[in-house]
Design a protein around this ligand. Structure first.
Ligand SMILES: Cc1ncc(C[n+]2csc(CCOP(=O)(O)OP(=O)(O)O)c2C)c(N)n1
Ligand SMILES: [Mg+2]
Length: 378
């Protein structure tokens, strides 16, 4: 679709609200739903507040990391602004023994899994080749190869079946990823073996500068039934609905019902990464429309209507989020710089002539700098 200003809009097929599971509407009103209400029956005021707090803190972490990149402290950052409900709602449905395989954008999921703040940033500062110890939080480090994590999630889920366990895996990926071979191959395997894996697609309407309407002329969720995988479309800006549909999919996985596909319809309100300028390819009106459906504002409105958002509470959440951001910043700028030659360690478990040659060349290259002198530690 092209707008009056000539810029591309994301397309109408995927933002049609009528087919979406929604438990909180854009104005913050709780919507009754015969199928999904019981999945969130335990979410009382305190639990709703916790979801709100997770979302506020996640947004604050994201804003601080974006600022750190702008100030030269990170090489790159992939913002999640606008996707807090899709990530927090699904992540809070999981048990500690479930296993998450994500892309680069799921930093709110990582926060909910308990990834250390410094570990969220380390790889984007160029300090380590990869993020964190996956087994400490049951979440693999972010995958940058689009869609590849769906294969890892499916393989791990097949392992769960072999172990006879009742845990599940979740693969997080984007709308663009659904056109990758890996994602389609993963769905074939998951359906064939009835693996306990949830394919959680955050349709944020854009794959860098490609609008979702270009690659999907029908809603993305409709692809999954073709593989024999049940699918649901959910309002991805509704944290309660995201929690409910993920709980349903987990229940199916745990009772041996196999894989599920969730399309969380949301919107990437920021750039693709800090290296991108979305004003060059998308219409400002589109962003305005989605700003009116802000995922945090609607939970705030619901809490307010329940008399659960007084000024003291709102202040305390803001202050807590600010202190997480301050801790994130301090840990980022205080990170110890790695030794350049460490890049070559742990690549192979046994000596490798090609790597040794590269290492020697690189060492000679570093030694060629005399001003300022570079410390080269073997
Ligand atoms: C296999 C592969 N092809 C291309 C790229 C370059 N690339 C990085 S992000 C991206 C778009 C992904 O869009 P989407 O799946 O919608 O996820 P989003 O970034 O919107 O969260 C592409 C094409 C890549 N990283 N890996
Ligand atoms: Mg996308």
């Amino acid at each position: 679709m092209t707008s009056e200003t000539g810029k591309i809009q994301a397309g109408g097929t995927s933002s049609d609200d009528s087919s979406l599971v929604q438990l909180i509407d854009a104005l913050g009103r709780r919507q009754a739903d015969a199928r999904y209400d019981h999945y969130v029956a335990d979410v009382d005021g305190a639990a709703l507040r916790r979801l709100y707090e997770d979302m506020v803190v996640s947004r604050r972490i994201d804003a601080e990391a974006t600022a750190l990149q702008r100030q030269g402290e990170l090489a790159l950052w992939p913002p999640l602004l606008g996707q807090e409900a899709a990530q927090v709602g699904s992540a809070r449905a999981l048990r500690a023994d479930d296993f998450v395989f994500s892309s680069y954008r799921e930093n709110a999921v990582a926060y909910c899994r308990g990834v250390k703040l410094s570990d969220l940033l380390r790889v984007w500062r160029g300090n380590v080749p990869s993020g964190w110890d996956p087994y400490s939080v049951n979440m693999a480090p972010p995958q940058v190869i689009i869609g590849a994590q769906t294969l890892h999630a499916t393989g791990y889920a097949m392992g769960i079946l072999a172990d006879g366990a009742d845990s599940a895996t979740v693969a997080y990926f984007g709308d663009g990823a659904t056109s990758q071979g890996d994602v389609n191959e993963a769905m074939v395997f998951a359906a064939s073996y009835q693996a306990p894996v949830i394919f959680y697609c955050q349709n944020n309407h854009w794959a860098i500068s490609e609008p979702v309407g270009l690659q999907a002329h029908v809603p993305i969720a409709r692809r999954a039934p073709g593989f024999g995988i049940p699918a649901v479309r959910v309002d991805g800006n509704d944290v309660l609905a995201c929690l409910a549909v993920t709980r349903e999919a987990l229940e199916r996985a745990r009772r041996g019902g196999g894989p599920s596909f969730i399309e969380a319809v949301t919107y990437r309100m920021g750039p693709h990464t800090t290296a991108d300028d979305p004003t060059r390819y998308r219409d400002a009106n589109e962003l305005e429309g989605w700003a009116a459906r802000d995922p945090i504002a609607r939970v705030a409105a619901l809490l307010d209507s329940l008399q659960l958002l007084d000024a003291d509470y709102a202040d305390s959440v803001r202050t807590a989020a600010d202190s997480v951001a301050a801790e994130l910043r301090a840990e980022c700028v205080g990170m110890e710089e790695p030794e350049a030659m460490d890049l070559f360690r742990n690549v192979y478990s046994t000596p490798h002539a090609g790597l040794a040659r590269q290492r020697d060349n690189y060492q000679r290259y570093l030694q060629s700098f005399t001003d300022p002198p570079v410390s080269v530690k073997e």
